[in-house]
Design a protein around this ligand. Sequence first.
Ligand code: 3H9
Length: 692
Amino acid sequence: MTAINAVTDLTREGDIAVLTINSPPVNALSADVRTGLRDGVGQASADPAVKAIVVICAGRTFIAGADISEFGKPATGASLPELQGAIEGGPKPVIAAMHGTALGGGFEMALMCHYRVAVPSAKFGFPEIKLGLIPGAGGTQRLPRLSGVENALEVILSGTPFGAKQALEWGVIDALAEDRKLRESALAFARKVIDTRMPLRKIRDLNDKIEAARGRPEILDKVRREYARKYRGFEAWQAALRAVQAALDLPFDDGMKLERQLFLDLIPTAQSRAQRYVFFAERKVWKVADVPDDTPVLPVNKVGVIGAGTMGGGIAMNFLNAGIPVRIVETAQDALDRGIATIRRNYDNTAKKGRLTQADVQTRMGLLRADLKLDTLADCDLVIEAVYENMDIKKDVFGKLDKIAKPGAILASNTSYLNIDEIAAVTSRPDHVLGMHFFSPANVMRLLEVVRGEKTAKPVIATAMQLAKKIGKIGVLVGVCHGFVGNRMLHQRQREAQKLILEGAMPWDVDRVIYDFGLPMGPFAMSDLAGLDIGWSKETSKSSTIREILCEMGRRGQKTGAGFYDYDESRNAKPSALVEKIILDFAAKKGINRRTISDAEILERCIYPMINEGAKILEEEKAQRASDIDIVWINGYGWPVYRGGPMFYADLIGPGKVLAKLKEFEATMGEDFKPAPLLERLVAENKRFQDL
Ligand code: 3H9
């Protein structure tokens, strides 16, 4: 065995050279790996005793892509054209032997090889689009030549990996290896092609699938229409289309040049920087500073849910989907029946769309037990309370539950605002109490705020985080404060939105600005969707806000056909002349001199106080890191991933600019804009939230 460099070894099996890459965790195509590949293939090519070369990876996967952490830094190591020269341009057949996930630059490297062999569980794909990029090492030029243009467009634009069976069908791989015998299978394959000599089969020379798509502009037009909606606000997908178009229009080498240029142009864009930041943020979020990875977790084999309303039902579905039995408890039979019927209807609808089989629906429903008695939760390992948002009711439930639940069981509240420590204090096990704040619809939204109480034990935190992962959520650890991270920041935006409509804007102006910024909807559309009467009561309503007036009039949002907007039968929103008049009258009564408010002010007024609140949250250590706050906003509120989250956005425009604006607002509009000391400190030290 010869070590080519720290991450690459070359061995010989008779007249076949085997080049092994070993660069944990995912064999990313780093400078070392590129150099090892270039030099290893070069050395084997120059060795007269070698007739074919197998490239294989140690560890859990074949090369999973370029090393994302290298982007934007000065290039070192072997270049991609050098790699291509050594592999594709070399004199001997090179066979990629793949397992795990051959993604991005890793898949592209495999496409430079003359042949590809893979185990049945291997996956292939181009996730670059999810990083605000396009494949930059020939993916857009080579894949269409193998799979056909339509399939390649789907792979490149969706970013979704495909399996080995599909790859074989498309001709992307030449043979399936025997499971767990990749090396042997690749060697056997190499022996078959060992005598193949010039001209070696190169994907760049294949033309029939390109020819078949030439002169058929409808292929790209269709994809363009489809993705324009899906990628509202995103930039990279257009570049991906241009690159694939080039595969049709240009000679191979020119197509490669254009692809490379488009790729390089995307690297420094704010969008790609944001998306790469989110990639790492999503992985950091699981790490809890004082709860090491080896903290013991408690077994959770049965889950209890209290409350079969929208939240309780949605929460239960998460566990049923993961194969964990659930007991759901309600106080009245009709509420319980309604809750169960809703869960079944949700599953049936998914089955109708073909995303579940009837057997899956049966299995899931079979794991669900419904009851009216709290006592039935005695053998649950975790109980999640999802009852009405009222401290007295929650305390009552937890007091009872504490007596029923077995020792060691975890008691969680799904509260969105309330103090977990106060709830924990009514139990005899505050160390086993925490918040598990799901977002509506709870079976769909990816975010789970895991709320750590003052006394929550470390194994309980570790268990909740691990469970989040198991049920397909992204768990973010947060501390106890009113509204935790997400809703606490949302409150800032809602307050400003309400002020803005009195000062001069209309609800649809505010909503348009927020929508154009990239969120799925603005604050008023969101209120209409949720229902204006959440937390409103007829008895205490005194026409003291626009919302109260609307509720008193029966305009309670989409469900009543009217709220801030008017709705038609298909729930399409239209600005309401009546609401406009209500707002103008209300403002006049309050003696407010309405003025024209610019879109820029609307955006700054809605977003900067959120950033400021985020800074306070960090200061109070209610979130572990700025990027966790961003993960909350992306996954719980639809903040556009291409803007990286509110804290990343602040870094992007500059904390100094945010601070100056807040000070300006504070001078004219007061307290609400008082800058957080942490923001002041960051600016004084010329730092960003990312540097904390
Ligand atoms: C590209 O290829 C551009 C080219 O077209 C052009 C130029 C050649 N780089 O996700 P995990 C780290 S763009 C650096 O938890 P899993 C990750 O941060 C790239 N680091 O494991 C984590 O670190 P830590 C296209 C990376 O088993 C650790 O590895 N490729 C990279 O759940 C484990 O990761 C992609 O976008 C990377 N490329 O999933 C693929 N990948 O332990 C991105 C991972 O310190 N990667 N790390 O937190 C993935 O999708 C998943 O990581 C993968 C494994 C499916 C591979």
